[in-house]
Write a protein that binds this ligand. Structure first.
Ligand code: G3P
Length: 218
């Protein structure tokens, strides 16, 4: 499963990319608002693309098809790694078809149902982003959505990749792996939670303490 970092924070992106922990980046307007400050968002997208060798999702802010198409084309020109993110609306799906017909990759975002995911796949989406954490937030079962979309995409051999989004904790990642999701995008905090285990830290401390007693070098 591909691991994407859900952030526009360049320090975090550099750290994870240097460690080869990530396969791509997802951003959204809220994440750009947190990271951009006075900078031009296009500069940030370009810098992210130069840092990470993989898909970098950049979201349109227009809500009508023609302006989504225009924004999507401009975003795609920034770098080959850019994947244009459009919302799962009627116009978003129309823009998705248009951009895909021009060879531009599209991530359809804000997906909360199997029927939405089905329509996005029929519109040629490269990625579908179901927001599991936000489903959990309203007392739903976000991960049920992933299992159902996996089944539908397999039933009809859709090539759209399932990109699990709005991940809040490592169990979302474990479930994504078990359900056969193609990608999971997560905040930096969750990425490093995947790596850490208290028994690893305890075991390492004990090994180092014993080696110290030996008093030898390697
Ligand atoms: O980038 C989309 C998604 O991952 C947002 O997550 O935590 O704002 O629901 P969250």
């Amino acid at each position: 499963m591909k691991i994407f970092l859900d952030t526009a924070d360049l320090d975090q992106i550099r750290r994870a990319a240097d460690a080869n922990l990530i396969d791509g980046i997802t951003t959204n307007p809220s994440l750009m608002m947190q990271a951009a400050g006075q900078r031009d968002p296009r500069e940030i997208f370009l810098e992210i693309c130069k840092t990470v060798d993989g898909p970098v999702s950049a979201e349109v802010i227009a809500i009508d098809k023609n302006n989504m198409l225009a924004e999507g084309r401009r975003l795609a020109k920034i770098h080959d790694n850019i994947v244009v993110k459009v919302p799962l609306t009627e116009d978003g799906l129309r823009a998705c078809r248009g951009l895909r017909s021009e060879g531009i990759r599209v991530n359809v975002t804000l997906c909360f149902s199997v029927t939405q995911a089905h329509l996005a796949a029929k519109a040629g989406a490269s990625f579908i982003s179901p927001f599991v954490g936000r489903v959990d937030d309203i007392s739903g079962e976000g991960m049920d959505l992933i299992g159902q979309i996996r089944q539908v995409y397999d039933n009809y051999a859709f090539e759209t990749e399932i990109l699990v989004a709005s991940i809040r904790h490592p169990q979302h990642v474990v479930q994504s792996l078990l359900l056969g999701a193609d990608c999971a995008t997560m905040p930096p905090k969750v990425l490093y939670q995947l790596l850490k285990h208290p028994l690893t830290d305890l075991g390492l401390s004990a090994f180092l303490a014993d080696w110290e007693k030996l008093g030898k070098e390697l």
